[in-house]
Design a protein around this ligand. Sequence first.
Ligand code: GLA
Length: 705
Amino acid sequence: MPATSSPVRFDPARGLAVLRTPNSVYVIRVGSDGSPRHVYWGAALDTDDLAALPAAHSPADSSFEADADPDELAPQSGARFGPAGLQVRYADGTRGAQWTFTGHDIEGGKLLLRLTDRRYPLAAELVYRVRPDSDVIERWVELTHTGGDDSGPITVDRLDSASWTLPTLPDYRLTHLVGGWNSEFQLRRDRLPVAETVLTSRRGLTSHHANPWLALDDGTATEERGEVWTTALAWSGSWRVTVHRDPVGRTTWTGGFGHDGLSWTLAPGETLRTPVFAGLYTPGGFGAASRAWHTYVRGGVLPDPDRDRPVVYNSWEATGFDVDHDGQLRLAELAAGLGAELFVLDDGWFGARTSDRAGLGDWTPRPSAFPDGLRPLADEVHRLGMAFGLWVEPEMVNRDSDLYRAHPDWVVHAPSREATEQRNQLMLNFARPEVEAWAHHTLDRLVRENDVDWLKWDANRVVTEAGWPGQRDPDRLWIDHTRAVYRVMDRLRADHPRLRIEACAGGGGRVDLGILARTDQAWTSDNTDPVDRITIQHGFSQLFPAQTMATWVTDSPNVTTGRTTPLRFRFHVAAAGALGLGGDLTHWSEEELDQAAALVARYKEIRPLVQRGHQHRLSGPGGVTAVHYISEDSTEHAVLAWRPTTRFGHHSPALALPALDPTARYLDPDEGTTYSGAVLTRLGIDLALPDGDYASSLIRLRRVG
Ligand code: GLA
């Protein structure tokens, strides 16, 4: 193997490919049957030791067993009986692929392995990309029908982006995110059963219910310690990840876009490219895994990671559908007085949209609410020193709308089925080029005519009766709709360089690495109750950095839970992300407005650390939850701590800050106290939580020596 510092190497004599990241090595061997097989993924190993690794051997070797070497993407052929990531059918009914390895390419950190079927006109490229200074390995697949016009189509029943394999561990634990509307991103850690475990969304959106992220460990990893393997799919439509722990103790998982039962037709000459499935290994526990993901999202996913996310004011919880120029302007004035930097006019400004029953699709301001259109409000908002944002839900339509009356065929529907309405709306089929063109034109005009700086792009229902009349390959809408959404967002950003986009789907129903490649942040949840938010934000932070996590301080009692909480507690919980305001400020007392202005100013002091620093979760939900943010140069620190309830006789102990430097000293600039790093890392800091429920604190520290 040539000695080179390249992160990617391929030794044709041994058929061995080695990918190196700062803390890990990933090894593939092209097997004698032409299939790329998995050799190793984990802590760094010496190259010679790797080359000497023996081929895998099943302890249960017999004529009933599968091949011992796991595939990098398993086809349905040969002695393979686990979930196949590549499932194809040819015109004669034959399934699967028997590969010939036809070569490789290395370009910087990218490795491409080329495969062609020995008999059928099918070619695949397995692509791996190592990003500089990151432990993340990005993987995807391109599948091509290489036949001429006279060869029949190839049916693709499943095309995953990658299969991943763990070294053999004594036990396996699966960490993943589950939930629902208003309760997204609930973290679960479950012992992995000896079975196939499927994480999936069949909804055409990433979903509130599961997220295409997971982590695996041997059951002993903690926040600070232990080996963790974790993957995330960059896709915002339906998806599926199948984790297979087999009875002889091996665990693999395979995943990609689409869900069970869908199939796509590959015509001669056509290529299907999968989304990126990214993975990383860390020896540093779940905390290090999250920080590695955050660095990757900032360096390799987000379009504009270094720009501070503005303090937003959003009018939804204040005014609902009852919006007009004067009312919104009043809120904008109050918000500007509190230090808001962006005013977002939410739902209800267009067409006949005075409730969720009508108007969706008719994107012109309602004259009774905005007699001179939106421009006067946008100008006033700009005059107040804030950016102007607008809520849109371009993929959706109410039946009671001019758009639906003009184009009933534009909705996703099977003509022989009754269309299920959700929130009184249907979904437009963006896979139709004319619908995509209409959406782009409509949004482009809105942004241009109204000097819009920010779009909150919402999606409040999922796909049902997924028909596409007249389409030869109707299942394509599951892929092409999402791709069209991406394209419209990408074009808008390219044509309006100042424009920022917030992802939303009834809260956190579409948050993933795919949507974040063209948006700046995501509306985390419609649930703005600060107690519920602690758990939601804890789950969200596993993969996504704080700058992408939109948080609002809203009214008390909370509109969702009815819970009454102090303003300070609400602010301190929201300060853990991209802070915003969402209450009815016209009902806030002078005292509350003053307190809010001071808390916004305080947030802006720590914003660079929260939004661009490193995040250490000190303790999870339950009892006292705390997060420590550290500036990139490690000098500035902020600790946020929340204790929703208290019990008699239980004092909150001092909180250790293990990420500090024990040899340094730290100044609390607010109290004027200096601490030794050794004391703070071992004994911890007194959080000075006030007595009673809903206690919170924000402590700043500065390294002074
Ligand atoms: C969704 C969003 C909310 C709000 C409403 C408007 O539920 O998540 O923030 O924009 O739609 O209808």
